[in-house]
Write a protein that binds this ligand. Structure first.
Ligand code: ARG
Length: 302
């Protein structure tokens, strides 16, 4: 399979795609300067100044504890924390500033995001420095206006295939440069619902064969491409994905163990995860949901 972008239809099957190993390391960013100072997405409406610092810290620590426990059990290889920076109120959402990727020759690269909002653009160099120190080669877009990293780009499990959301925080054109830089096919999916402004709010691949999603977030064309590439699709009701950010679950397989961490309260999402053999960990991320993010947004895997 060659690099390229598929926007309307796919002319290949998942069996045509090369295998890859999925990441086993987690990066978090501490919420030292987390705050709601403006409205970057519809979830933030009416929430300016409405955060409780103690709850913020307690909820973030409970997620960190889950990852630390997974590391001590040998499920994760490493858990790192980058300190938050002053003036970067959204930096805790560390899925957005970069997209790390292992090339076919084994070399590690990291694509630097072009954040839509000015305050978030300041976050990016902190992550570039982190990945450089880990030995990743930073890659920069030449001619792209918006690209929000792993908020919008999610990999097919175990395959060298990417799904890229566009319309709110990433432009469709970004995927031409991304596919060329990473030498990987990209299935570009238009996001049409403002509640689901990043792909990671509405689309959770669970295995080579299955994915869960909220169909109200996508176009007919997009759904058709997804249905062609995954044998089974779990359709999660919009109210559940919205109320609990349940499709911002972090569902991953590392060292043979399947773990899913998500905001507590959803039923159909948890049932789908259990059906797929996941160990489900439910936590409270209510303070972060006010800013439009939950578990998946609060970590980077590389
Ligand atoms: N307040 C942040 C923003 O609007 C939330 C980002 C959530 N991240 C995510 N990957 N969905 O930019």
């Amino acid at each position: 399979m060659q690099a390229g972008v598929f926007k309307e239809a796919v002319n290949f099957s998942i069996n045509d795609i090369k295998d890859k190993q999925d990441p086993t390391r987690v990066l978090m960013c501490s919420p030292d300067y987390f705050d709601i100072v403006d409205v970057k997405n519809v979830h933030m409406e009416g929430q300016i100044g409405n955060t409780d610092k103690e709850l913020v810290n307690a909820q973030w620590q409970s997620l960190k504890q889950v990852y630390d426990d997974l590391q001590s059990k040998g499920v994760l290889d490493e858990v790192s924390v980058l300190p938050g920076a002053p003036g970067c109120e959204d930096m805790v959402f560390c899925a957005n500033q970069t997209f790390p990727w292992k090339m076919e020759d084994g070399s590690e690269v990291v694509v630097m995001s072009k954040m839509r909002h000015e305050s978030r653009q300041r976050e990016v160099p902190h992550f570039e420095a982190f990945f450089q120190q880990k030995g990743f080669k930073p890659l920069h877009f030449k001619d792209v206006k918006m690209f929000e990293g792993m908020g919008d780009v999610i990999s097919h499990p175990e395959k060298r295939l990417l799904y890229g959301g566009y319309g709110h925080r990433t432009t469709a054109e970004a995927y031409n440069e991304l596919a060329a830089m990473l030498q990987t096919p990209v299935v570009a999916l238009e996001l049409i619902n403002p509640k689901f402004y990043h792909l990671d709010t509405c689309f959770v691949p669970l295995s080579v064969d299955s994915v869960m999603l909220c169909k109200e977030a996508f176009t007919e064309q997009g759904l058709k491409m997804i249905q062609q590439l995954f044998r089974h699709v779990y359709y999660i009701p919009e109210h559940e994905a919205e109320a609990y950010f349940s499709l911002n679950a972090h569902a991953f397989k590392a060292h043979g163990t399947k773990t899913a961490i998500l905001q507590k309260g959803s039923t159909e999402t948890v049932a789908a995860l259990k059906q797929e053999g996941y160990n489900v960990v439910e936590i409270d991320t209510a303070e972060f949901m006010k800013s439009g993010g939950s578990v998946f947004c609060m970590k980077m895997m590389y």
